[in-house]
Design a protein around this ligand. Structure first.
Ligand SMILES: Nc1ncnc2c1ncn2[C@@H]1O[C@H](COP(=O)(O)OP(=O)(O)O)[C@@H](O)[C@H]1O
Ligand SMILES: [Mg+2]
Length: 366
């Protein structure tokens, strides 16, 4: 098939005087695009790369791909990860991964937490601050953790994110307003181990539509393949990182990433985490691939808390969490990339359409 790989490259991103140095830390590098292209070509596809910016609307109609491999994070706006998928839907062009609503929702951490809370899935208690003088909810107890509501790649996360006093809290909130120009998410600080669980696949009907705690099917994860969980090895990092997966670790120190994969967990712990990851995938409406970040509360018997879901996880073969996990699970990079594509091809029923003369549009996917 003709596959268009869509991404926002760091080298193509807009710049302006005074922009924050971490502004484009979550965008892709050319080496990731080359690796994905090679992986797709190894499966017999023909591949074109297109930048996912304002040029895309015309370029994609000229290229006319059968399907897109979507990695676009977007540049501007509070639903930026959903913008390219929205254009693709308008043009009825199939694409890999989660759809518009899910991508917009997952980029917004407070919205994600509201959905998780509604389904009784464990996520740290929280409050969103939109103004510097909003009173702190008395049910929230220090230490707290303050981060931007809609960033990724550890942006805005450092040792100072852990706050012990009201004064520290106000300082952090103000920094987030100034630097990221968005609401601050303040959560209970979860002291403990950090685990991330990656998966590919799709929940298959009818379980895909069931609530997580369905009486008849309490722990169904059918259709999803889980990779071995990855633990960030905080012992290997300077104490300045404070046991957090900071922007510094994710960007500056990426070449010396210390992790344990598979994470040393019991089979019961892994089953719990996989099920929580599947439940998060389900209630958020994810497709094809995702990674869920957890902290295990050292002060409460390692109780797992969901921090966020990443429906567009990094796919750099050298250092992205999901790729490390797939390798630990015995998969090649080619298998990982082509499984993501094949999941989407299946959802859109493209194989039949591709082979038959009458290409009836069945855009809706599933
Ligand atoms: N409530 C919390 N308690 C403890 N650490 C946290 C909490 N929230 C975030 N962190 C730390 O900050 C990192 C980044 O937070 P996360 O919500 O996963 O955002 P990102 O999108 O930047 O990955 C986490 O991997 C974790 O180390
Ligand atoms: Mg994260």
């Amino acid at each position: 098939m003709k596959v268009a790989v869509l991404a926002n490259l760091k080298q193509n991103a807009p710049t302006w005087p005074g922009m924050s140095p971490d502004q484009w830390d979550d965008l892709d590098s050319w080496s990731t695009i080359q690796a994905i292209t090679a992986a797709l070509e190894s499966a017999g596809h023909s591949v074109v790369f297109l930048e996912g910016d304002t040029t895309l609307y015309n370029n994609i109609q000229a290229v006319k791909p059968d399907i897109c491999f979507n990695l676009t994070e977007g540049h501007f706006g509070d639903s930026r990860e959903a913008q390219v998928p929205a254009i693709l839907e308008m043009l009825q062009i199939p694409y890999t991964g989660s759809r518009v609503l899910t991508l917009a929702l997952a980029l917004d951490k407070p919205m994600t937490k509201r959905v998780l809370t509604y389904h009784d899935l464990p996520t740290p208690a929280f409050q969103v601050f939109e103004r510097p003088d909003e009173p702190l909810d008395p049910s929230l107890k220090f230490p707290l953790f303050a981060k931007p509501s809609r960033e990724g790649t550890g942006m805005g996360v450092s040792a100072e994110s852990i706050v012990h006093t009201e004064a520290q809290l106000r300082t952090q909130i103000n920094k987030i307003f100034e630097r990221y120009n968005q609401p601050a998410l303040v959560e209970h600080y979860i002291e403990g181990r950090e685990i991330t669980v990656g998966m590919v696949g799709n929940l298959t009907a009818p379980v895909a539509r069931r609530l997580p705690e369905d009486e008849d099917a309490p722990r169904i994860v059918r259709g999803l393949h889980f990779f071995p969980p990855l633990e960030v090895d905080f012992n290997a990092y300077p104490t300045e990182e404070a046991g957090l997966y900071t922007n510094r670790i994710k960007v500056e120190l990426v070449d010396t990433f210390y992790y344990l994969c598979p994470a040393p967990l019991t089979p019961e712990q892994i089953e719990d985490l996989n099920w929580l990851a599947a439940a998060t995938f389900r209630v958020m409406g994810c497709r094809d691939v995702s990674r869920v970040d957890f902290r295990l509360d050292a002060n409460d018997n390692n109780k797992p808390y969901i921090l966020e879901i990443n429906p567009l996880p990094g796919l750099n073969p050298g250092y992205s969490d999901l790729c490390i996990e797939a390798t630990a699970g015995g998969w090649t990079y080619e298998q990982l990339i082509n499984r993501i594509l094949d999941e989407a091809i299946e959802r859109y029923e493209l194989r039949n359409r591709h082979n038959s003369a009458a290409k009836t549009p069945r855009f809706s996917g599933r």
